[in-house]
Design a protein around this ligand. Structure first.
Ligand SMILES: NC(=O)c1ccc[n+]([C@@H]2O[C@H](COP(=O)([O-])OP(=O)(O)OC[C@H]3O[C@@H](n4cnc5c(N)ncnc54)[C@H](OP(=O)(O)O)[C@@H]3O)[C@@H](O)[C@H]2O)c1
Length: 334
């Protein structure tokens, strides 16, 4: 057995809805010895994703984490020991290493070898990771925005949304962000290139959308569903594209809530609505990373990180994201 001790967060129970700290337990255990073909990674950064709610649910889901397992998470860490070809001590990696200090994994857990030294490693979990690459891939492949078109984005100040706004603006679009607080609205305008920002909690959504989108909505990048989408859909322009990327506002999945009938809107506007999952597009992931790296270096793509310190702070962080407490990418620093 290795002399190293690991602290990890395991799934203690399945949440009924949004996961809380009570659904996890912390454990201290020895790090197992490395077997041939494995690598030992010491994590420095853990990621918090709204999608973790889905990974913890056992219904209507595409990838549940079994009870008792270390919580699944993308992480950035450094190789401490390697018995695998192609990996050496000191390599910086982004991959599926879980909510823990040390991970013994096979190379299949690695998503990316971080070879840059001029960029902070944490951004490979945010603007150059799941969030930014989701924004770029979904906007490009499903949204296909053209210069002069209007792009509306929900959770506009978040990890995905903050990136969508800047990418759409760089393509010459009119950008409209939807968010929940004055502080987030200011970040959307001043940092994330949104031309207009609507506070969905305090503004009259229908009137504010009409004024911000006089020619209708050409691309709706939907991260929430629910009453926010109910307000956007009637304002779709002819030929609109609706990207269904997230459903943050849906509290019950079983049974799922039924909203207004939108088929007539889709028909009359000849609109297309399509679900998106980044994991279907891993073949183009490296190319989008390179594109966004260039933009970050050039200063044309900015980001915010919402960081807390210590493994334990991960346990309540999913719930906090569903309370909208994060401004930017939610991360845990070890
Ligand atoms: N399909 C994919 O492959 C893929 C990949 C990555 C992420 N996503 C999805 O993209 C969305 C954004 O992810 P992210 O990691 O960047 O998170 P995020 O936007 O940084 O954080 C989630 C945000 O959701 C909003 N929210 C939470 N509860 C809400 C509610 N009840 N009603 C309305 N809004 C609510 C809050 O923003 P406001 O304060 O602005 O409301 C909160 O800050 C999520 O839905 C996520 O599941 C999908």
């Amino acid at each position: 057995m290795s002399k190293l001790t690991n602290e990890c967060i395991r799934v203690a129970s399945r949440p009924g809805g949004i996961p809380t700290a009570d659904n996890f337990r912390k454990e201290v255990e020895p790090v197992p010895d490395l077997q041939p073909g494995q690598i030992l990674v010491q994590n420095q950064w853990l990621s918090i994703e709204p999608a973790m709610r889905g990974w913890l649910a056992d219904a209507n889901n595409y990838a549940s984490v079994p009870e008792g397992d270390v919580m699944r998470s993308l992480c950035v860490g450094t190789v401490v020991e390697s018995r695998a070809d192609d990996y050496s001590k000191g390599d910086r990696l982004m991959g599926w290493f879980g909510w823990q200090h040390y991970a013994v994994v096979a190379p299949t857990a690695v998503v990316q070898n971080i070879t840059t030294s001029d960029l902070p490693p944490s951004i490979y979990l945010g603007v150059l990771g799941l969030n930014g690459i989701t924004a770029a891939t979904a906007l490009d492949k499903l949204g296909q925005p053209q210069a002069g078109e209007t792009v509306v984005v929900s959770t506009a100040a978040g990890g995905v949304g903050s990136c969508v706004g800047q990418l759409a603006k760089a393509l010459g679009c009119r950008t409209v962000g939807l968010t929940s607080t004055t502080e987030k609205a200011e970040a959307c305008k001043n940092q994330f290139a949104y031309d207009h920002v609507i506070n969905y909690k305090t503004d009259d959504m229908a009137a504010a959308l009409k004024s911000a989108c006089p020619d209708g909505v050409d691309v709706y990048f939907d991260n929430t569903s629910g009453h926010i989408s109910d307000a956007v859909m009637p304002q779709l322009a002819i030929g609109a594209r609706v990207i269904v990327c997230g459903t943050a506002s849906v509290t019950s999945w079983n049974p799922p809530p039924m909203g207004p009938r939108i088929e007539r809107i889709l028909l009359t506007r000849r609109a297309r609505m399509q679900g998106f999952l980044l994991f279907d597009h891993m073949d183009t992931y490296p190319a989008y990373v390179r594109q966004l790296e260039g933009m970050v270096r050039a200063g044309t793509l900015t980001y915010r990180e919402h960081i807390t310190d210590g493994l334990e702070s991960a346990m309540g962080a999913i719930q906090e994201v569903y309370q909208g407490k994060n401004l930017g990418k939610r991360l845990i620093r070890l």
